[in-house]
Design a protein around this ligand. Sequence first.
Ligand code: ACO
Length: 269
Amino acid sequence: SDALFILESGEVYRNPTEVKMSQIVLPCHANHCGELSVGQLLKWMDSTACLSAERHAGCSCITASVDDIHFEHTIGVGQVVSIIAKVNRAFTSSMEVGILVTCEDLYIGKEWKVCHAFASFVARRTETGKVQLKQVIPHTQLEQVEYSLAAERRRMRLIHVETITDLLSNCAAQLAGECQEHKDAIPAEKTRVESVELVLPPHANHQVSTFGGQIMAWMENVATIAARWVGLSLKSWFLCAPDVPELKQRIGAEDNGRKNKLGVDLREE
Ligand SMILES: CC(=O)SCCNC(=O)CCNC(=O)[C@H](O)C(C)(C)COP(=O)(O)OP(=O)(O)OC[C@H]1O[C@@H](n2cnc3c(N)ncnc32)[C@H](O)[C@@H]1OP(=O)(O)O
């Protein structure tokens, strides 16, 4: 196991960028179904990953994007969520942070995986310009695998952004023709939900801009309301981002952030 990796010096190796956060789920963290709200979980994941990125960078970092996330299980009130984040690889000023979420039921003594996500964090520019991060040196076999995969994921991430942009600009007219009339169809416009949020001090991070996790939590809230229009019970669902959520502009107290997009996949149970 990675935790028991022994260095040549005889010391037990611990990844210096690793951050672990555990939290018992309280009723105030739950949604209307009595399960941990995805928005709350995204906030915890973002803060844990940001700590890991800042531990590596040694300076203030911001969330640039989070890749698709597939939630395999829901988490109930009273269960314990553990989030482990570590920097897989640093590029120039950006880093890929791997985030593993597990859930534990203390009373039955079981622990299971909830999701695995990858977030990109960027070290804030200084007066002298872009920060050049120190490289990550993988020690364990698992770290070496993640280090190699991180470069490939970054390549795919950049291609994905371009593909989606091309799709939206070139194919919108063709896709419209694909829509078919169904008897019980709900007009897409009817599922539209818009929410306006006032950025208050509890929404800000230590850099006094809105938490990336808070923005994702607001997005998840609106997406959940929109999805309910189609009449499925939201007992469990995948929240994923066909258009990787990108945080393109910092939102301060007086700014209007650029629009972010989110897709929701529903699963009926
Ligand atoms: C912890 C928090 O809660 S922070 C608050 C929430 N987050 C935010 O407000 C972020 C707002 N967004 C921004 O400030 C900007 O869009 C930034 C800094 C992410 C990117 O700005 P850009 O002008 O594109 O910067 P630039 O082109 O110099 O790229 C900087 C790095 O970011 C990387 N990057 C930019 N966009 C993305 C993205 N969507 N996904 C992954 N990496 C990205 C680039 O590849 C580059 O990496 P490199 O230096 O390792 O080669």
